[in-house]
Design a protein around this ligand. Structure first.
Ligand code: ATP
Length: 358
């Protein structure tokens, strides 16, 4: 198990703009770490620099205390899994998995033993003699995983490995990858544009956009304490409300949002947001933070009219208009009482469900 560190890493492709800018990351030994962001944000370029396929324009990459910035890929001790599997279609499963060991000139017996062990790890024992083009997509991705693991890499790199699988198989394979990574205690770096996948599988996530890292944190931190407007919108759904901080009373700040005055807990803010009356602020409230108000609640209550109803099973999502404000509320189905378009709805948001983003 080794940690991976990126120090001020940037990449400018010849004739292009910067694809990755000043990225600093420390990935812990044995951690499952995800680079998450929309298409073109620089996550693949970052992964390829860690793998050694792409040379950084500046900065350094460390595996433990070894500077690998200029070390060729085959000398880095990494295993890589790609979106399109990148297997040899005319070869058998066994030959595909054995490939890296043959290149390393291991004795025949050991190759056989290790390939069988790797196939058992990915639940493909007994399929060694099949041709790869006779396997399903999910099975092919397991072969690719076995091929990456058989060389016992120090770092496992995965570039959108589930993109070509259907939804159900994606979830199965995802928990399979996570189980193996935990069992083997290997450091894993995973690239995806799918925020739900990233939240489900990762110890920590780096959210990227425009070649930069916006935030690094656990899925919970990123969801509940988004560092930027981009993170708040990219991860899950969020009501982003612009307002002005009018008063500060102890630990509570009062924010005017349109005609609504709402109390917030001042410790629930990004460090850069100093709590000074008169300051413009951006509030993030997740849709499940807004719930039907009881008769006892008077502060932090928003009275509006239902504009849209979308039944989603466990939750029903409402768009509620209150004066110039429009908010999304996700109300648990257990609440029972389904509202219709045009119904009045009183919503309450507890101060601890509000986060000051900017
Ligand atoms: P995707 O999910 O679409 O692959 P990504 O987040 O992985 O996107 P990158 O593939 O790292 O993003 O690309 C980042 C930027 O660098 C993009 O603007 C892309 O067009 C550019 N880029 C990537 N590879 C090259 C290359 N070989 N030459 C020139 N520009 C490149």
């Amino acid at each position: 198990m080794i940690p991976v560190k990126l120090e001020d890493v940037s990449k400018v492709y010849p004739g292009g703009a910067a694809a990755v800018r000043d990225v600093n990351l420390t990935i812990g030994a044995g951690e499952f770490f995800t680079l998450l962001g929309p298409s073109g944000c620089g996550k693949t370029t970052t992964l390829r620099m860690i793998a050694g396929f792409t040379l950084p324009s500046s900065g350094r990459i460390w595996f433990g205390d070894r500077d690998v910035t200029r070390v060729p890929p085959n000398e880095r001790d990494t295993g890589m899994v790609f979106q399109n599997y990148a297997l040899f279609p005319h070869m058998t499963v066994f030959e595909n998995v054995a490939f890296g060991l043959r290149v390393r000139r291991l004795p025949k017996d050991e190759i056989r033993r290790r390939v069988e062990e790797a196939l058992a790890q990915v639940h493909l024992a007994g399929l060694g003699s099949r041709r790869v083009d006779q396997l399903s997509g999910g099975q092919q991705q397991r072969v690719a995983l076995a091929r990456a693991l058989v060389i016992r890499p120090k770092v496992l790199l995965l570039d959108e490995p589930l993109s070509n699988l259907d939804a159900k198989l994606r979830e199965e394979t995802r928990s399979e990858i996570r189980r193996l990574q935990r069992e083997l205690g290997i450091t894993a770096i995973y690239v995806t544009h799918d925020q739900a996948e990233a939240m489900a599988i990762s110890d920590r996530i780096a959210v990227m956009e425009g070649g930069r890292v916006h935030q690094v944190g656990t899925p919970q931190e990123i969801y509940h304490r988004p560092a930027t407007r981009f993170v708040a919108t990219f991860i899950g759904k969020s009501n982003l409300l612009e307002g002005v901080l009018t008063r500060v009373e102890g630990n509570t700040g009062w924010v005017r949002v349109g005609e609504w005055e709402v109390g917030v807990h001042l410790h629930r803010r990004n460090p850069g947001v100093e709590p000074r009356p008169g300051r413009r602020v951006l509030l993030s409230i997740r849709p499940e933070g807004l719930q039907p108000a009881s008769d006892q609640e008077h502060a932090n209550v928003l009275v509006g009219t239902v504009e849209r109803v979308e039944f989603g099973g466990a939750y029903t999502e409402y768009t509620v208009a209150a004066g110039s404000l429009k908010v999304m509320a996700a109300i648990a189905a257990a609440d029972g009482d389904l509202r219709r378009v045009g119904d009045p709805l009183r919503l309450y948001v507890p101060p601890e469900r509000i986060f000051l983003v900017e």
